[in-house]
Design a protein around this ligand. Structure first.
Ligand SMILES: NC(=O)c1ccc[n+]([C@@H]2O[C@H](COP(=O)([O-])OP(=O)(O)OC[C@H]3O[C@@H](n4cnc5c(N)ncnc54)[C@H](OP(=O)(O)O)[C@@H]3O)[C@@H](O)[C@H]2O)c1
Length: 210
């Protein structure tokens, strides 16, 4: 699959490395071409200028800090429909680090903002919960990647990208569930920074067949 990664940081390198290892054709773009080139070299991918990085992509990962989301989407022309029809993975955490409070307005998700700035793109909230270091090894330990989105084909594409790096996808619903998924990240971050293992704060629930 041709995958475009927007952003040059830790998550871009971790997922880019995993997907190139899985045989995908990964290109990386950032507001600095030098940093994009460094991220590409670190992950076995190729760097591309922002104006062309997503042009022929079959999936796009928006791997920038929350403050940079609208700037990045504007830089690739998403506001003018350049990502229309493409699966657009949103792993962003608009969360006060160390506190875990969401910075988005009440009831709204970061993923909704992404969808607004990328008309026609099939936004899938995913990869926001596990730290980049989880994916940084060739055979990561088991991880269920909870995700949501409105387009079935985009969910299937992202699900296959999860499996390609050793995870198991779990679709919890449409993009209207994105706020809930983002709150989970805030919950995990709040407990982790309080020195509590977040897994110890979740009960073992009886499993039901789907
Ligand atoms: N790292 C993780 O463990 C992890 C896990 C799950 C989800 N996430 C989420 O994934 C996203 C990327 O995380 P990361 O750790 O890879 O971040 P990072 O290492 O800090 O890199 C962030 C990227 O965002 C860009 N950026 C930052 N501020 C910007 C702005 N104002 N305008 C435009 N671009 C800006 C940076 O560009 P420059 O290099 O030009 O500054 C860089 O390409 C974040 O939303 C984060 O919440 C991260």
């Amino acid at each position: 699959m041709r995958i475009a990664i927007l952003g040059t940081g830790a998550l871009a390198v971790a997922l880019g490395s995993g997907w190139t290892r899985a045989g995908h054709d990964v290109v990386i773009g950032g507001r600095s071409f030098e940093r994009a080139d460094a991220a590409a070299k670190a992950s076995g991918a190729r760097a591309r200028p922002l104006t062309e990085v997503a042009a022929d992509a079959e999936a796009v990962l928006l791997s920038v800090r929350w403050e940079g989301v609208t700037g990045m989407l504007t830089a690739v022309g998403a506001h003018n429909g350049s990502l229309a029809g493409k699966p657009l993975i949103d792993p962003t955490n608009a969360v006060d680090h160390g506190i875990g409070v969401l910075r988005t307005e009440s009831g709204r998700a970061a993923a909704h903002r992404v969808a607004e700035f990328a008309p026609g793109a099939h936004v899938v909230k995913a990869f926001h919960l596990f730290p980049s270091t989880h994916w940084n090894v060739p055979s990561p330990s088991a991880a269920v990647v909870a995700m949501c989105g409105d387009d079935r084909r985009a969910l299937a594409v992202v699900g296959s990208l999860v499996r390609d790096i050793g995870g198991t996808p779990a679709v919890i619903g449409g993009l209207d569930r994105a706020r809930q998924l983002e709150e989970v990240a805030g919950f995990v971050i709040a407990l982790a920074f309080a020195g509590i293992d977040p897994r110890s704060a979740v009960p073992t629930a009886p499993l039901r067949s789907p």
